[in-house]
Design a protein around this ligand. Structure first.
Ligand code: 4NP
Length: 157
C-alpha cells in the first residue's frame, strides 16, 4: 500500500507543527486510517533542535487528548523527496520553503495550512510563542478545522 506522506512545518518545530502532526494523526486514527499515513513535522529554523514540544503547547494539547511526542528538527531539502505534501503554518514558513525548493515538483508539494480551513478565516496559524493561553487554544482550533480540510484534499487526488 502506498502511504500518504505529510510534513507540517513552522518556525521552531516546538509549538504549531508538532501540534499539527498530533492533531492530524488523531484525526486519521479516529477514522481508522492511521496506517495509510506517514506524518512528521519540522522547523524552518534549527533553534530548538533536539527539544520536545513547548510545555505550554503540550499542556493545551493534552487537554484535548493530543500527546505531543515529536522532537524538534530543522527542515532538510531531502524532505522534498520524502513527503508528498509539505504544509506550512504561516507565510514566512511557506516563503522559506519556496526558497529551498529545487524544482517545480518540489514547489508543487507546498501548501499553507489555513488554505484548508473550513470554519475559520485566518490566513495563517499565528505563532503562539510570545503570547498567552488563548494563542495556544487558537492554534489547536485552527489545526482541528484545517486538518479536516487537508484530509479531504489528500484523499481527493
Ligand atoms: P513554532 O513557535 O514556530 O510554532 O514552534 C515558535 C517557537 C520558538 C520561537 C518562535 C516561534 N522562537 O523564537 O524561539
Amino acid at each position: 500500500m502506498i502511504k500518504k506522506k505529510i510534513l507540517f512545518v513552522c518556525l521552531g518545530n516546538i509549538c504549531r507543527s508538532p501540534s499539527a502532526e498530533a492533531v492530524f494523526r488523531g484525526l486519521v486514527e479516529k477514522k481508522g486510517e492511521g496506517h495509510h499515513f506517514v506524518i512528521d513535522s519540522a522547523g524552518t529554523s534549527d533553534w530548538h533542535r533536539g527539544e520536545p514540544a513547548d510545555k505550554r503547547m503540550q499542556k493545551h494539547a493534552v487537554k484535548r487528548g493530543y500527546n505531543l511526542t515529536s522532537i524538534s528538527r530543522p527542515f532538510e531539502t531531502g524532505d522534498f523527496d520524502k513527503f508528498d505534501w509539505i504544509v506550512a503554518m504561516d507565510h514566512e514558513n511557506l516563503d522559506e520553503l519556496k526558497r529551498k525548493a529545487g524544482n517545480k515538483s518540489d514547489s508543487k508539494k507546498l501548501f499553507l495550512m489555513t488554505g484548508f480551513s473550513k470554519k475559520y478565516n485566518y490566513d495563517n496559524v499565528p505563532d503562539p510563542y510570545f503570547g498567552g493561553d488563548e494563542g495556544f487554544e487558537l492554534v489547536l482550533d485552527l489545526l482541528e478545522d484545517a486538518g479536516e480540510g487537508l484530509y479531504h484534499f489528500v484523499n481527493s487526488g
